[in-house]
Design a protein around this ligand. Structure first.
Ligand code: DC
Length: 230
C-alpha cells in the first residue's frame, strides 16, 4: 500500500498521541509528537529564566532560537521517538503541569512556530508519517492525504490528563488540571498565528464515548479507504 501522510489535530488531551502511536506502530510509520517540540522550547525558556509566573522575555527567547536543538531519538522499547533538547532526554521534564502552564504562551510566538514547522515539514518529506498537533492539517501538511480532528468534552479530557499525572506520581488537583485544559483551549483557538481549527477536509472524531479500540478501528478504516483511492 502506498505510504501517506496522516495529520492528527485537536484539543489537548483528546488522545491524539495514543491514536497516532497506535497507527504508526500498525502501519510501520514514523510518529512525530509536535506538542513535545513546543514543550521542549518551553522547558528551555524556563531553564534560562525567560519565562515565569509574571514575566516573559520573548526577545531573549527569539534570539536564542538558533541554539535550541530538538531531536527525536527512537526508543525501541517504547516504540516511538523520545524528545531530546540540546542532546538531553527531556521526555519526563516536558510533561509536568508547570510546562503545560507556560507552553501555550510559547506556542503563540511566530518565530518559534516558523522554526518548528520547518523542521516538521522536513521530517515528513518521505511520507509514511503520523504527526499530531494543532496545525498539522492546516499549516504543516495542508496536502496530507488523511486529516483527523479530535474532540472530547473538557471534563473528559481533564479526567484523562489527571489520571495520567496521578499515575506518574505528580501531586496536582483535578480542578487545576481542568483549569489548565480550559485555558489552553482558549489560547490555542484564539492565537493569531496558526490557531487550532479543523481543516475543511478533516474527519472529526468525538471520542468522549469511544474507547481506544473503537476509535482505532474507525480511523484505520479511513486510512485503508484513503490509501486505496490514491
Ligand atoms: O499536544 P500537547 O498538549 O503536548 O501540546 C502542548 C502545547 O503546544 C499546546 O497547548 C499547544 C501547542 N502546540 C501547538 O501550538 N502546535 C502544535 N502543532 C502542537 C502543540
Amino acid at each position: 500500500m502506498k505510504k501517506i501522510t496522516i495529520a492528527i489535530d485537536g484539543f489537548s488531551s483528546t488522545g491524539k498521541s495514543t491514536l497516532a502511536k497506535q497507527l504508526a506502530q500498525h502501519l510501520g510509520y514514523v510518529y512525530v509528537d509536535t506538542g513535545a517540540m513546543y514543550r521542549a522550547v518551553t522547558l528551555f525558556a524556563m531553564e534560562n529564566g525567560y519565562i515565569g509566573a509574571d514575566f516573559f522575555d520573548k526577545e531573549s527567547l527569539v534570539n536564542s532560537l538558533p541554539f535550541i536543538n530538538l531531536q527525536f531519538h527512537f526508543n525501541p522499547e517504547l516504540g516511538f521517538g523520545e524528545m531530546y533538547l540540546n542532546g538531553t532526554n527531556v521526555e519526563r521534564e516536558i510533561r509536568t503541569i508547570e510546562v503545560s502552564g507556560f507552553v501555550s504562551k510559547i506556542a503563540e510566538v511566530s518565530e518559534v512556530r516558523a522554526k518548528l514547522v520547518e523542521q516538521q515539514q522536513q521530517m515528513g518529506k518521505g511520507k509514511g508519517i503520523v504527526m499530531d498537533g494543532r496545525d498539522i492539517g492546516t499549516v504543516v501538511f495542508p496536502d496530507a492525504e488523511l486529516k483527523i480532528f479530535m474532540t472530547a468534552s473538557p471534563h473528559t479530557r481533564a479526567q484523562r490528563r489527571f489520571d495520567e499525572l496521578q499515575e506518574k506520581g505528580q501531586d496536582v488537583s483535578f480542578e487545576a488540571v481542568l483549569k489548565n485544559v480550559v485555558e489552553r483551549d482558549h489560547i490555542d483557538t484564539h492565537r493569531e498565528d496558526s490557531p487550532l481549527r479543523k481543516a475543511t477536509d478533516a474527519f472529526e472524531i468525538d471520542n468522549s464515548e469511544l474507547d481506544r479500540d473503537q476509535q482505532f478501528a474507525k480511523v484505520l478504516e479511513l486510512v485503508n479507504l484513503r490509501s486505496k483511492t490514491l
